[in-house]
Ligand binder design. Structure first.
Ligand code: BDR
Ligand code: CA
Length: 306
């Protein structure tokens, strides 16, 4: 079986850590590069977290540092959700190996994509700053991107503002550039993330499943993306789930834009399911998920980790 080449752009992040575990141990995916972006916490911290995770997993995937701040707006963070380190709850060993490239994430992405004979899939699970820079600095890269499967946005309400989801709200200008780039986009947003839940009994199973499950169990004790009782939200795993088991989703092809100037709605995704805006479709939006299928897939995927 040929493994699908992907680049994960991430801001770990507790739910990012889980998504990375599943992707890195999947026999169907070939993670060629991990790029970091300021988001849940600052760039240095998220990069340190990525380095810790790769050392923990024993995976030698190169890491490249990307944007330390959004394109235009002032930085925000989500340390209230993930803790001040961005990945509170587990004591990682100091890494023996330095997998961090000297190259900037945007250049590294361009090189890795162009070096690959076939197309590469981008999987952004943080703010879209690096992806926007890549597409504007190197427009020729577009032809070699299979699709961008991202976690972000919402069809309904938000989790950062009334209407805005964190990854889009953190860099709305970047998100607008990406959605208008002409590259095929799959959007897995809050609507499916809210149904991709881990409950206490699942978390207990993870604790004794394997080393990765145990590490994740400890991160979950600090994660505030939902509550253990009503379900912890596995937002970023939804993007990986789309790559590995798309049949768990109901998908609508539609036009999506980003609100930049609304005094109460800036940073929200405008998902035009009914075609009011009379614009050509630019995204496949995951509008629903089978939560039972998600859970089975999630636990089975993590059981394949170290
Ligand atoms: C997104 O925001 C971050 O806090 C999570 O890691 C996820 O990528 C959910 O809105
Ligand atoms: Ca994230």
């Amino acid at each position: 079986m040929t493994r699908r080449p992907i680049i994960i752009d991430t801001d770990p992040g507790i739910d990012d850590a889980v998504a990375l575990a599943i992707a890195l141990f999947s026999e169907k995916l070939d993670v060629r590069l991990i790029t970091t972006v300021a988001g849940n916490v600052g760039l240095e911290k998220v990069t340190k977290n990525a380095v810790h995770l790769l050392e923990f997993f024993g995976k030698k995937v190169p890491i490249a540092l990307g944007a330390a701040r959004p394109l235009i707006k002032a930085p925000i963070d989500a340390s209230d959700i993930h803790g001040s380190t961005g990945m509170d709850g587990f004591d990682f060993k100091e890494p023996k190996e330095d997998l961090v490239l000297k190259e900037h994430a945007v250049n590294a992405m361009y090189r890795v994509i162009m070096e690959n004979e076939g197309p590469t899939t981008l999987v952004p699970i943080g703010p879209l700053t690096n992806i926007a820079l890549l597409l504007s600095m190197y427009p020729d890269v577009k032809e070699k991107i299979d699709e961008i499967v991202l976690m972000g946005g919402s069809l309904t309400r938000g989790n950062y503002g009334v209407m805005s989801e964190f990854n889009i709200a953190a860099d709305p200008e970047a998100a607008k550039m990406v959605f208008h780039s002409g590259v095929p986009i799959v959007m897995a947003g809050l609507d499916v993330g809210w149904k991709a839940l881990v409950f206490p009994e699942d978390s207990e199973k993870l604790k004794d499943m394997n080393e990765t499950g145990n590490m994740i169990y400890h991160l979950f004790q600090k994660y505030r993306g939902g509550s253990m009782k009503t379900g912890l939200k596995m937002y970023d795993s939804c993007a990986i789930a789309y790559l590995l088991k798309p049949e768990m989703y109901e998908v609508a092809e539609t036009f999506v834009d980003i609100e930049l100037s609304g005094s109460m709605t800036a940073g929200c995704t405008v998902v035009d399911l009914r075609g009011y805006l009379k614009q050509p479709n630019n995204a496949k939006v995951c509008v629903d998920i089978d939560p039972v299928m998600f859970k089975e897939w999630f636990m089975e995927s993590l059981s394949k980790c170290k």
